[in-house]
Design a protein around this ligand. Structure first.
Ligand code: SDX
Length: 434
C-alpha cells in the first residue's frame, strides 16, 4: 500500500462556538481528503452525504478515475493501453499484485488459474433447482454464494494463503459458472473447461460449444471478449465494490462477499445498465423515434432515462466507452454485420445526446454500458447474460479491493450513521385506545 501524506494545512470547523482542526491528507493524484473520524467524538455531529458523492470510504492503491479528464488507471496504467496491448490475465495479475508480471510470473499465474477452472461436480445440482427461464444473474448470486459451502479450505480470511487460493478460485471459476448459467437457460449440456485454452477462448467454448461437434474459437471474437473483460475489471469504489468491501468488513468469507457484489451489480443503474441499454435501443427501434425518447429522458415526471448515459464520476467521456466503441465496430465488421439497426440507433442517439443542451449541461456522456450491449449481442449472448459478463470481469476487481480492505490496518467493520427524522420517543398505546 502506498502512503497518504499529511497536508501542511488542516481543515478548521467551528460548531456552536467550538473550533476543531481536521487533518487533510494528500494522495498520489486526485482530490485531498479531510479526515473526519474524530468529528462525532469532538462535536457530537455526523457528516451527511447520501450516496457518498463527497466521501472517500478508504485509502486504495488499485484504481484511479479522473471523472473530469476521462482518465482510468489500473495500478497507474491507462485503461486504453492495457486494453490495446495487454490481456485480461495480465490485468488480473496487475490488479492483484500491483505490478505487471514478468514472463515467468505470467506463466505461473495463468497455470494456477487454469488449475482452478473446474467446479465441484455437486455444484451442478444447484442449477437443477432453478427454472430454465431464471435470470442468469439470479443463478450467479445463488451459485457463487454457495461456493462457500464447498471450498472450506479457503474461507479463513486471516490466512493469507487461504485468501490467495480463494482469489484464484474466484477468478478461475466465474467463467465456468457463468457459462453453466447460460447453458442451463438454453437447455444445452454444460461444457467442461479445457486446460489447453486461454481464459477467453475457454469461456467462449464453454458458452457456445456443443458435444455434437467441434468448436473453433474465432480469434477476433476471443480478443474482443478479453478486451471487454479488461475494461470491466475494476472501477474504484463503485456501488458493487463498496458492497463487497462492506460485506468483507464484517469478516464474511470471500465467496459470500462476491455474491453480495453480484447482487448489487444487477441493478439497472449499475451493471444492469448494459442489458437495459440494449433493451432501450430495441424499444426505440428506429432512428426516427429517438426524439420521443430524448424528450422522455428530460421529463422529470417520466422515470425513463437514457440507459448507457451518465455516470456518477465521469463528467466527461468514459474512457472505456471509447475502447468499447472501437471494439464494437471491429466485432461487427469481422462478423460482416454492416447494417445492424441497433447500431444505427446507437450512433444517432449518441450524436444527438452529445449535442443536446440538456445532456451537455448535465455532462451525460455515453458510459461503458452504451456500446458493450451491442458488442455482446453480436458475440452471440442474450441480453440477460450481459450483466453476468460484467460480473465475471469485475470479480477480479472486487477480490483485489476485498484483499486490500482485509490487509488495511485502518479498516474496521463498516457502520454508517444517519440523521434521524422519525418520531421522538412515545409510549405504547393499547389497541383499545387507538
Ligand atoms: C456503471 O460507479 C461506477 O463506477 C459504475 C460503473 C462501474 O464500472 O462500476 O462505471 C458501471 O454503473 C455505469 C453507469 C451505468 N448506468 C446507466 O447507464 C444508467 C443511466 N444512468 C443514470 O442512472 C445515472 O447517470 C447514474 C446513476 C449512472 C449516475 O447518476 P448520478 O450521477 O448519481 O446523478 P443523478 O442520478 O442524480 O443524475 C444527475 C442529473 C439528474 O437530473 P437533475 O435531478 O439534476 O435535474 O442527471 C440526470 C438526472 O435526472 N440524469 C439523466 C441520466 N443520468 C442522469 N437523465 C437522463 N438520462 C440519464 N441517463
Amino acid at each position: 500500500m502506498g502512503e497518504r501524506k499529511a497536508s501542511q494545512q488542516n481543515a478548521t470547523l467551528t460548531i456552536d462556538g467550538k473550533t476543531i482542526d481536521l487533518p487533510i491528507y494528500k494522495g498520489t493524484i486526485g482530490p485531498d481528503v479531510i479526515d473526519v473520524r474524530k468529528l462525532y467524538a469532538e462535536t457530537g455531529t455526523f457528516t451527511y452525504d447520501p450516496g457518498f458523492t463527497s466521501t472517500a470510504s478508504c485509502e486504495s492503491d488499485i484504481t484511479y478515475i479522473d471523472g473530469d479528464e476521462g482518465i482510468l488507471l489500473y495500478r497507474g496504467y491507462p485503461i486504453d493501453q492495457l486494453a490495446d496491448h495487454g490481456s485480461f490475465m495480465e490485468t488480473c495479475y496487475l490488479l492483484e499484485n500491483g505490478e505487471l508480471p514478468s514472463a515467468v510470473q505470467m506463466k505461473e499465474f495463468e497455470h494456477a488459474i487454469t488449475m482452478h477452472t473446474m467446479v465441484h461436480e455437486q455444484l451442478t445440482y444447484f442449477f437443477r433447482g432453478f427454472r430454465r427461464d431464471a435470470h442468469p444473474m439470479a443463478i450467479m448470486v445463488g451459485v457463487v454464494g454457495a461456493l462457500s459451502a464447498f471450498y472450506h479450505d479457503s474461507l479463513d480470511i486471516t490466512d493469507p494463503d487461504q485468501r490467495m487460493i480463494a482469489t484464484r478460485r474466484m477468478i478461475a471459476k466465474m467463467p465456468t459458472i457463468a457459462a453453466m448459467a447460460f447453458k442451463y437457460s438454453t437447455g444445452q449440456p454444460f461444457i467442461y473447461p479445457r486446460n489447453d485454452l486461454s481464459y477467453a477462448d475457454n469461456f467462449l467454448r464453454m458458452c457456445f460449444a456443443v458435444p455434437a461437434e467441434k468448436y473453433i474459437v474465432n480469434p477476433i471474437l476471443s480478443k474482443a471478449m478479453d478486451k471487454i473483460f479488461i475494461l470491466h475489471a475494476d472501477h474504484e469504489q463503485n456501488a458493487s465494490t463498496s458492497t463487497v468491501r462492506l460485506a468483507g468488513s464484517s469478516g464474511a468469507n470471500p465467496f459470500a462477499c462476491v455474491a453480495a457484489g453480484i447482487a448489487c451489480l444487477w441493478g439497472p443503474a449499475h451493471g444492469g445498465a448494459n442489458e437495459a441499454a440494449l433493451n432501450m435501443l430495441e424499444e426505440i427501434g428506429s432512428v426516427d423515434r429517438i426524439p420521443e425518447f430524448i424528450e422522455r429522458a428530460k421529463d422529470k415526471d417520466d422515470p425513463f432515462r437514457l440507459m448507457g448515459f451518465g455516470h456518477r464520476v465521469y463528467k466527461n467521456y468514459d474512457p472505456r466507452a471509447r475502447v468499447m466503441q472501437t471494439t464494437c465496430h471491429e466485432v461487427l465488421n469481422d462478423l460482416g454485420v454492416t447494417d445492424d439497426p441497433l447500431l444505427d440507433v446507437a450512433m444517432e442517439l449518441e450524436k444527438i445526446a452529445l449535442n443536446d443542451p440538456y445532456f451537455v449541461e448535465k455532462k451525460l456522456y455515453p458510459n461503458i454500458d452504451f456500446y458493450s450491449g451491442i458488442t455482446l449481442k453480436a458475440l452471440g449472448f442474450p441480453t440477460t447474460m450481459f450483466t453476468v459478463l460484467f460480473a465475471l470481469a469485475r470479480t477480479v476487481g472486487w477480490i483485489a479491493q476485498w484483499e486490500e480492505m482485509i490487509t488495511d490496518p485502518s479498516q474496521k467493520i463498516g457502520r454508517p450513521r444517519q440523521i434521524y427524522t422519525g418520531a421522538a420517543q412515545r409510549d405504547y398505546v393499547p389497541v383499545s385506545s387507538r
